[in-house]
Design a protein around this ligand. Structure first.
Ligand code: DAH
Length: 339
């Protein structure tokens, strides 16, 4: 009996066919009621107990292997004969499309990496902020109209808790918890209670920069921003600084990058000026340093903040900010090679 089991097992393993009728004949020959394997089971009953013990396992193994082989071949035959399936069973399987980086992340990572190269570390803060970190420590006086510059989402009608309106709140947290020199870059999501349109959204991303040390001057700020503009927009990029106002910096400025005025799109993107608005910046106001426990007589510093969606829209010529939030894969797939 042992020989027979071995011989059948070899035959079962060697059998191959994609023809359903041939597979059925094979099944009947080995597994059918009068087939070879049931015949062995019949003979098995008459064996002495000690032989039963050793051969039982092998006989069962043979039966299972034969049954599996039949199922397997039937399945393959079915696929091969199905007109909906390609007939070529050697063709490669369909591949899963890998995910792609979101354009906002591509731009954020690039900005962060540019600043990492000159010694900035990365810091983050919470998206739900208290009034102190989002406004008061940043020199927004209570009831001051400057707070209206950034319409706020409050949390559960508690005026002390809000979704942060800018990543400048991370500046405060960093200065409160670290001693200068501080050189940090803080990317993150921010929220403003504003109507959604092609140009603005109530959720977007910013990257904040902060540098505090002894003797940091406006010239350092300008040079750092020029370095960034050339690294991001290309060598030879020109920048200009326009005086501006932010409660947390004095003096304050906005930086524009020369984009050009060669065609319709340039006109639209630069509102006819040829200059692209890129970021807000300034020297950290001494009140802010003091609020965060840093002596303004000993230290000075600069800060800047930029909107990531705005820059991504410029870089990829995206006409509507809402495209960045819909996550339509047909849109996102276009950035598949932009790693
Ligand atoms: N927080 C400002 C905003 O959301 C951007 C900004 C301006 C950040 C000037 C700064 C800065 O750090 O110095 O509009």
């Amino acid at each position: 009996m042992e020989e027979k089991i071995k011989a059948y097992l070899a035959e079962v393993k060697a059998f191959d066919s994609a023809d359903p009728e041939e597979i059925e004949r094979f099944r009947i020959r080995y597994l059918g009621r009068k087939g070879a394997i049931p015949a062995l089971f019949e003979a098995f009953k008459a064996l002495p107990p000690e032989q039963k013990r050793t051969l039982g396992k092998e006989l069962n193994g043979l039966k299972n292997t034969a049954a599996q082989r039949v199922e397997q071949l039937k399945e393959i035959a079915q696929l091969a004969n199905d007109p909906r399936e390609a007939q070529d069973l050697t063709r490669p399987v369909y591949t899963e499309k890998p995910g792609t980086r979101h354009p906002v992340n591509l731009v954020k990572n690039e900005i962060v990496n540019i600043f990492k190269r000159i010694g900035f570390n990365v810091s983050e803060g919470p998206e739900v902020e208290d009034d102190w970190h989002n406004f008061t420590a940043l020199n927004f006086p209570e009831e001051h109209p400057a707070r209206d510059m950034q319409d706020t989402f409050f949390v559960a009608r508690n005026p002390d808790w809000a979704l942060r309106t800018h990543t400048s709140s991370v500046q405060v947290r960093t200065m409160e918890s670290q001693k200068p020199p501080i050189r940090t870059i803080s990317p993150g999501r921010v929220f403003r209670n504003e109507a959604i349109s092609a140009r603005s959204h109530c959720i977007f991303h910013q990257v904040e920069g902060l540098y505090i040390d002894k003797g940091v001057s406006f010239a350092d700020l300008k040079q750092t921003l020029l370095y960034f503009a050339e690294a991001f927009f290309g060598k030879g990029t020109e920048i200009r600084l326009r005086p501006s106002y932010f409660p947390f910096t004095e003096p304050s400025a906005e930086m524009d990058v020369w984009w050009g005025l060669e065609n319709e799109t340039d006109y639209r993107m630069t509102k006819g000026t040829g200059w692209l608005e890129v970021l807000g910046c300034g020297m950290v106001d001494p009140n802010v340093l003091e609020n965060c426990g840093i002596d303004p007589k000993e230290y000075t510093g600069f800060a800047f903040g930029m909107g990531v969606e705005r820059i991504a829209m410029q870089r990829f010529q995206i006409p509507d900010i809402r495209l960045l939030f819909e996550n339509d894969v047909r849109f996102l797939q276009q950035f598949a090679t932009s790693f």
